[in-house]
Design a protein around this ligand. Structure first.
Ligand code: DQQ
Length: 577
């Protein structure tokens, strides 16, 4: 393009952004002819495909991108490789939904097309709803030098509620590493949803690092096109490594209703979530956003890094929330990666699943978040089975039959009867994952392990155990440990069977201990203590497949527990593609 016409195009883009007019700009790269997202699965191995978790018909998927609601329609974009089951050639695939459960696929929304902006890849980013209900995507592009830069794309036609076509700003890249800003060009990615300060200035953070220090670099803009780097990052923490996919949002201290990302004021705390490239864990802190200094300070006790609070203590990464302005809720999406070696998922023909969208809010303690699967997922429940209150003596098991155990939703609550049988907690047991692997489901305890055995073969050669143990700590308090033990989940020797664990902030003397597991062929997504701790596992049974899978409640401890509530459902298949 000649310099003068480029200048004209820039001026035009700038003016439509300012006037909130309809944009008609450079169309995104047309790759529709060889779209693979629209094809029905043919070759992929179907054994471990899920029935109500989001996944494309084949190929590789990773991070959720730019989730949002527009004109009553939910949009999910995601990192997708149209050419194969491994990471590479990444585009933004796109699906829409009326309920976040059933989906319609569309052509990829953003694909590499701009020489200076994204010719080598369109990586993760987020949606911001600009005044006048105008969505805008900030995303990371990979330029010809393989540097990470930040770009803008907007819908071509705002009257199309499905927002099929997207156009990129001719000003891209809008933020880039330079010799003067000293930004590390291979560690500068994943812009958040931007927020508008009371001063009328937009702010966005980008994940980065300097040596081992993780950074949330802050940029500001008056017009969403010209961005200026702030001198100080919004937040940083030593020895945490690269911060991918940051997410920053306000949360109400006195209501489960969510807040728009730009809300500030009293009765509000802020959450900063970071995805740690080193460990592939998403952790978050709860704290205060100082508007005057534009810095975020975690509350005392809210710890940065891998030992901090996590959305999920199993497989769950590169997550992102959005504010659902229609239902006043904040919805969390997260990517569940495979636990099989790369050659096996390439052979399988697909890789990656999204977790069930979760509603999140601040716990009444104000020290942690609570998460719960969106209620619309319950529309898939069928064949309800309820069991009356039942004593589960030590070393006993109970089959939950009459449902499709490989595709189920189970809610169970326990009350503890013999608290005096709790083992003494050693103060050195500070790592719940380690404790769960040392005391796996086969190790008999005083109180626990008790919980569920899911995706179990009849002979129990294969099963995944999701369970609790209760320990007696000093000062007469009790500690509840929640574990997901994959060590016997599959006869396949090659899969990762790491056991996961979390401490659960529940008082087992005065409160029931609840567990909900969403079971979907190769996924076990578990919520303990009504959503205070979540653990997602990826498992590949060879015997406990489809109709051969069983479900049990079990107690392998010495002390009895009572099942105070047990409801289970078969889950219908959702329409995903
Ligand atoms: N995935 C994207 C990056 C992001 C990473 C590339 C996190 O933008 O940092 O596919 O999984």
């Amino acid at each position: 393009m000649a310099t003068s016409s480029l200048l004209l195009a820039c001026l035009f883009f700038f003016s439509v952004i300012l006037s909130h007019g309809v944009l008609q700009l450079e169309a995104s790269h047309a790759v529709y002819a060889n779209l693979q997202t629209l094809q029905k699965p043919t070759s992929p191995n179907q054994t471990y495909r899920t029935s109500y978790h989001f996944q494309p018909p084949k190929n590789w998927m990773n991070d959720p991108n730019g989730p949002m609601i527009y004109k009553g329609i939910y949009h999910l974009f995601y990192q997708y490789n149209p050419n194969g089951a491994d990471w590479g050639s990444i585009v933004w695939a796109h699906s829409t939904s009326l309920d976040l459960v059933n989906w319609t696929p569309h052509p990829p929304a953003i694909s590499p097309s701009q020489q200076a902006g994204d010719i080598n890849g369109c990586w993760s980013g987020s949606a911001t709803i600009l005044p006048g209900d105008k969505p805008a995507m900030l995303y990371t592009g990979i330029n010809p030098q393989s540097h990470q830069v930040q770009n803008l794309a907007v819908p071509k036609n705002l009257s199309d509620p499905f927002l099929i076509e997207w156009v990129k700003s001719p000003k891209n890249p809008l933020m880039a590493p330079t010799t003067s800003n000293k930004i590390n060009s291979s560690s500068f990615r994943d812009p958040t949803t931007a927020w508008l300060g009371p001063d009328g200035t937009w702010r966005v953070i980008i994940g980065s690092k300097i040596n081992r220090q993780g950074l949330a670099i802050l940029y500001k803009s008056k017009d969403f096109v010209h961005w200026i780097q702030s001198q100080q990052p919004l937040h940083f923490a030593d020895d945490t490594g690269m911060w991918e996919c940051p997410d920053f949002f306000p949360i109400s201290t006195n209501s489960q209703n969510a807040l728009d990302t730009s809300m500030v004021g009293s009765g509000i705390k802020h959450v900063l979530k970071l995805s740690l490239d080193d460990t592939k864990h998403d952790y978050y802190t709860i704290g205060t956003y100082n508007l005057n200094k534009d810095i975020y300070i975690p509350d005392k006790g809210s710890v940065d890094g891998d030992s901090g609070l996590r959305y999920d203590y199993g497989k769950f990464y590169a997550s992102k929330t959005f504010f659902d302005s229609v239902k006043q809720r904040r919805i969390l999406w997260g990517w569940i990666n495979e636990s099989m070696p790369q050659p096996e998922y390439i052979k399988q023909g697909w890789s990656g699943v999204q977790a069930i969208p979760r509603n999140i809010w601040l716990d009444k303690s104000r020290k942690q978040l609570v998460q719960w699967p969106i209620s619309a997922i319950e529309t898939l429940r069928t064949n309800q089975v309820d069991l009356p209150s039942k004593l589960l003596k030590g070393r006993s098991m109970l089959e939950i039959s009459s449902i499709t155990a490989a595709q189920a939703d189970v809610e169970i609550s326990f009350s503890v009867l013999e608290i005096e049988k709790a083992e003494v907690m050693d103060p050195s047991w500070t790592n719940p994952q380690l404790l769960c692997s040392q005391k796996d489901a086969s190790i008999k305890g005083g109180l626990g392990p008790f919980g569920l055995k899911v995706l179990a073969s009849k002979d129990l050669k294969e099963h995944t155990s999701v369970f609790f143990r209760i320990f007696k700590a000093q000062n007469n308090k009790h500690v509840v440990l929640m574990c997901s033990d994959q060590s016997r989940s599959s006869l396949n020797q090659n899969t990762d069977k790491t056991t996961y664990g979390a401490f659960l902030e529940v008082d087992p003397i005065h409160e029931q201990l609840s567990l909900r597991s969403l079971i979907d062929q190769s996924i076990v997504e578990s919520f303990g203590g009504e959503g205070k701790a979540c653990i997602t596992a990826r498992v590949y049974p060879t015997l406990a497949i489809g109709g051969k899978a069983h479900l049990y409640a079990f107690n392998n401890g010495r002390g009895s527990v009572r099942i105070s509530k047990l409801s289970a459902w078969s889950m219908k298949r959702a329409h995903i593609y």
